[in-house]
Design a protein around this ligand. Structure first.
Ligand SMILES: Nc1ncnc2c1ncn2[C@@H]1O[C@H](COP(=O)(O)OP(=O)(O)OP(=O)(O)O)[C@@H](O)[C@H]1O
Length: 209
């Protein structure tokens, strides 16, 4: 269960203050966060990912208040529990897609399972690019490679920032189905921010900013 209350954030002292709505997300639930450009969707996702610290408020996950953690504890919690699909994926640029996945598995101490990797890459429609350098992938292929990296170690929380923005209708559908499937299999929470209207019908729980 994820429960957030009174989350308030400000980038700098004279800047805008963001007051985010409270959220209550049960296990196995997927949530889509909607709002116009600049409203603070990515900011909220980064707070949930423990990458930004709010001025006020709390984030309780499975009865643990995460904002009381030290930076070191936050880093460990993020590494062990949170899969982040960034708007612009972070890769080791000199490595192939498969080598990036291997690095992630090593870093998160997750066993290597070749069949499982191929299954995820197939579901994302990027298996043929497994041995290609990530820099040689198209923007849409990179976006899907970023999704593979985010879910490969079965995180209990998947946070996705505009995961379908560069994708055509077919691949957008594949990505949403994979993210929802990964969340269901791993009993994870899926929280997705977007302004992609195509994917709204796929979600029952909507938070509007
Ligand atoms: N590092 C930063 N320092 C100062 N202001 C920032 C910073 N990052 C974002 N902002 C501002 O905070 C506001 C919210 O940004 P955010 O990226 O969260 O919006 P968003 O809803 O995700 O937008 P989009 O849909 O366009 O990605 C914007 O006005 C943005 O300019």
């Amino acid at each position: 269960m994820i429960h957030t209350t009174n989350l308030t954030f400000q980038y700098d002292k004279a800047g805008e203050i963001f007051n985010f709505p409270d959220m209550h997300i049960n296990n196995n639930e997927s949530v889509i966060i909607l709002g116009e450009s600049g409203i603070g969707k990515t900011t909220l996702l980064q707070i949930l990912a423990l990458l930004l610290t709010p001025k006020k408020g709390s984030i309780i996950i499975d009865d643990i208040e995460l904002l009381s953690f030290s930076e070191k504890q936050k880093d460990k919690y993020r590494k062990d529990n949170i899969g982040i699909v960034f708007q612009k994926p972070l890769f080791f640029k000199s490595l192939t897609l498969l080598e990036n996945i291997q690095a992630k598995l090593l870093f998160s101490k997750t066993p290597y399972n070749a069949l499982e990797i191929d299954k995820i890459l197939t579901d994302l429609n990027i298996l043929p690019y497994k041995h290609k350098k990530v820099t040689a992938l198209s923007e849409g292929q990179k976006q899907r490679a970023g999704i593979a990296l985010a879910i490969i170690n079965k995180p209990s929380i998947i946070l996705a920032d505009e995961p379908t923005s560069n994708l055509d209708d077919v691949n957008a559908k594949r990505v949403i189905s994979l993210l929802k499937g990964a969340a269901a299999i791993n009993n994870s929470h899926l929280i997705l921010v977007t302004h992609d209207k195509r994917i709204i019908p796929e979600f029952e729980n909507i938070v509007a900013l």
